[in-house]
Structures are given as structure tokens and as C-alpha cells.
Write a protein that binds this ligand. Sequence first.
Ligand SMILES: O=c1ccn([C@@H]2O[C@H](COP(=O)(O)O)[C@@H](O)[C@H]2O)c(=O)[nH]1
Length: 301
Amino acid sequence: MKYFIDQLQQKIEEKDSRICVGLDPHLEMMPENVLAAELLEDIETNQKEIADSVLKFNQNLIDAVADMTAVVKPQMAFYEKLGVPGMECLWQTIAYAKTKDLIVLLDGKRNDIGSTAGAYAEAYLENKKIGVDSITINPYLGSDGVLPFLENKEKGAFALLRTSNPSAVDLQDLKLDDGRTVYQAVGDFLQDLGRDYLGECGYSNLAAVVGATYPKELKEIRSQLDSVFFLIPGFGAQGGGAADIKAGFDEDGRGAVVNSSRGINFAYRQEEYSYFGAENYAKAARAAAEKMKKEINDVLK
Ligand SMILES: O=c1ccn([C@@H]2O[C@H](COP(=O)(O)O)[C@@H](O)[C@H]2O)c(=O)[nH]1
């Protein structure tokens, strides 16, 4: 039995890649040759056709980046939006990623009271037909809501710590009586809880989400938490760059992966990659992923 976090760290090192490729099918950004615009005029009626197109899109993206990423992160919201066909598309996307030996991090930000958290953990982490390796969770219900996601040591959970959105500050930066911010207290909580789930790599199966868009806080959180692995979203479309995420890694360039979704999925829409054309969206995605991988490796040298 190999701990989730050791599997992840090993794959990152094998591929020498610290990127995570999000699979976020924003329908309005899809290439016309994959998804005809008129189908979007009545999404509910056309769910099945749209979901079939999304699956094809995802499979082509996965083929394009499989050799240069350890992990893919489908964002559940975009699949849930397409009803039952969307969920089928999600499971087939995950199954396809597993045939390419990728680690799957399902972005669903689930959680609830302990008994319901257990049902979520079973639904996503124990379903052998689906093959999800890890899931994002909300830690605000406390330990009984988090522990069910850690029961299986081959699986992992990424708890929201300091998110990448502009209004992250509204609640996460509030000051507690002991002088810590809410996010610092969440960080201490996750590190303490995660100590029973440490892999050989020194990081825990209980990982955390810390946004690339707040480099000062990212640096501070990394120095606070030495055994918590980070997923760092906010690279690319949200404005984060390689210099911003550098401090999220440890001194050996370990302990984090950086996510980009729109920046890779829809690279063909960016001026830099527009020469590929919409029909070569997968090639454009590969070029964007390659650039991101290199920029991150260079900044960590
Ligand atoms: O703090 C957070 C937590 C999660 N996300 C998710 O990551 C991707 C980012 O997508 P981009 O297109 O690269 O902006 C998306 O699925 C978010 O839901 C985040 O951005 N920030």
C-alpha cells in the first residue's frame, strides 16, 4: 500500500512537472468544431450531445498533456451543470485519465457533518469503477467532517486554506483573539490533523488549497506548515505567474502542484497560441502546459 501523497510526489518527480491540468469545460469557450454554438441555446434539451462533445474535448486534452503532468483536476461544477449526461461525461473523463496513469483530483469542495462526509468519501474515493484519487474538501465543519476523507491511505484530500478569489479576504483574513487569522488557524488545524497521515515523502495525505494570487500569504503559509502539501490554483487566467508560486514549494522544489484550467484548456483563444487555430486546440493546450511547466521549473532552480 502506497500513501496517496507518496504516489503524487513520485509522479511529479518522474515527470519533473509541478503542474496540475484543470479540466474545466466552460461551454462558451469551447471550439466551434467540437461544440456547435447552437446547442448552447437550449442546454437542458441538448445535455447529451453537449456532454459527448465535452468528453471528446477532454480526451484530446488529456492525450495532449498526459506525458507532462502528474495530475488532472476536473471541476465538478461544469459537469453537474449538464445533468446525468454531464456526470457520465465526468466519470468517463476520469476513467480515461486513469488509462493514461494520471492522478485524478476531483474538485468538488465537498463536506458536511461526519456521517454525511463519510457518504461523500465513499461516493468519490471508494468507488472502484470511477477511480478518483483525491478530492477537494471544505474543512469548516471541523475534524469529524475531514477524517472520513482520510480513512483510505491510498487516497487524499485537499482542504481549502487560503483561496485564490478576490473575496477570500472577507472571512479567511479575520483576526482571532489569539492574533492568528482564520486561515492561519485553519493551517494549524490541518497540519495537526494531518500528522497521522504522513507519507514517506514527509507530506501528509491531508493537503491544502492556497491561491497563487496571494504570493505574500502563500510564502507565510509555507513557512508555517512544513508537512502540508499545497494545490496552488490561480495561475494564468486569474493572474498568478511563476514568480508568485515559487514560495509555495519547499527548498527542494517539492510540496506543491500548481493548477491552470482555462489557461491550458482554452489556450487556442490566447493571442500567443492563436496561430494553432481552434481546430488545433489540443496542440495549443500542450504548448501552454509545456510553457507553464518550464516556467515553474526555471523559477525553482
Ligand atoms: O481557491 C481556489 C480553489 C479552487 N479553484 C479552482 O481552480 C480552478 C481554476 O481555474 P482557472 O481557469 O485556472 O482560473 C477552477 O476549477 C476553480 O474552481 C480556484 O481557482 N481557487
